[in-house]
Design a protein around this ligand. Structure first.
Ligand code: UDP
Length: 326
């Protein structure tokens, strides 16, 4: 039996593939390589370049490898792009996810771990955000994931497809093998470390007039290895007969943009210049998880919770892979 990991060549997907293999699980990766990197996964992992909406291909993979569960990462995740080209997001993140689900159900695969996001909550009405917080996304990316969550609920009731939707806060850091390499890069920590490495002159701070202590946005940074571990636990939960559910994955602690940059200065020992920039549209002032449920249901607690330690792993990976996966 094996686990199908869609988007397994991406940032969180590749770290999860790495960990599942360490745990002795057989893994098959399906990735269209639009944003993923073939060399983010070991050469001996069965790999298919293709689309999750390709029923013929998915059906063949399930049959050939005896797939009995799926971890679905494959998605587009640029908020700004989703506002400019929402059709791309609904097509890929919702319609194709639905097609994947139908194919899996037809083939008798009824365990599904879904890569969801705190963007499904929209602007928080309370902090920290627990799973009962209202979901009211503020961009098409968030809606595309929100709708897939709702599809999963319907398919549980109608077809017995059991799922865990994991709502990530800010994925960050690196394992020895797998790190963050987006093109284009939009995330704070890799952009900050690029300045430390001399790749760019300064990092922009998007807004310093928010209602937070230092005026910059606060986020909950969660290490990619901890995220990977939560996926392994979600698979165990479903294998042990656990019911479908939604679970936040975060540290429960927030850091401002300026605090992250300051931590990066300490870790790298290098000056990191900043330039003040206007607010980025769609950024809520604060996102902090209440991750109590992850502990209660999955027995999961972050192991790398210190922001400097998180940045240290990202920095080590950057030094070892100055050009990322290129
Ligand atoms: N941010 C910033 N400068 C950058 C990139 C991000 O000030 O060059 C801020 C962004 O506005 C947000 C936080 O850093 O408040 C984290 O942004 P990121 O894109 O890493 O993750 P997001 O929270 O959007 O998922």
């Amino acid at each position: 039996m094996a686990i199908l990991v869609t988007g397994g060549a991406g940032y969180i997907g590749s770290a999860t593939v790495e960990l599942l293999r360490e745990y002795g699980r057989s893994v098959v990766v399906l990735d269209n390589l639009v944003y993923g990197h073939r060399n983010a996964i070991d050469a001996d992992v069965p790999f298919y370049e293709g689309n999750v909406g390709d029923s013929e291909l998915v059906g063949r993979i399930v049959a050939e490898h005896g797939i009995d569960a799926c971890v679905h990462f494959a998605a587009y995740a640029y908020v700004g792009e989703s506002m400019a080209d929402p059709a791309k997001y609904f097509d890929n993140n919702t319609v194709r996810a639905d097609r994947l689900l139908k194919t899996l159900i037809e083939q008798g695969v009824k365990r599904f771990v879904f890569s969801s996001t705190c963007a499904t909550y929209g602007d928080p009405v309370r902090i920290p955000i627990d799973e009962a917080h209202p979901q009211n996304p503020v961009n098409p990316y968030g809606w595309s994931k929100f709708m897939t969550e709702r599809i999963l609920e319907s398919y549980d009731g109608a077809y017995g497809m059991r799922s865990v939707a994991l709502r990530y806060f800010n994925a960050s850091g690196a394992t020895k093998r797998c790190g963050e390499h987006h093109d284009p890069e939009t995330h704070l920590i890799p952009l900050t470390l690029d300045v430390a490495a001399g790749g760019s002159p300064s990092v922009s701070v998007f807004g310093n007039d928010y209602e937070t202590a230092d005026g910059t946005c606060i986020r909950d940074y969660i290490h990619v290895a901890d995220l990977a571990d939560a996926h392994a636990r979600a698979l165990d939960h479903l294998e042990n007969g656990g019911v479908s559910t939604h679970i936040n994955l975060g540290n429960g602690v927030g850091f401002s943009v300026l605090e992250v940059i300051e931590a990066a200065r300490r870790v790298t020992g290098r000056p990191i210049a900043i330039s003040m920039a206007p607010r980025r549209p769609g950024d809520p002032p604060q996102l902090i998880a209440d991750a109590t449920k992850a502990w209660e249901v999955l027995g999961w607690k972050p192991q790398i919770a210190d922001i400097e330690e998180i940045i240290r792993t990202a920095w080590d990976w950057k030094i070892a892979n100055p050009h990322g996966y290129n």
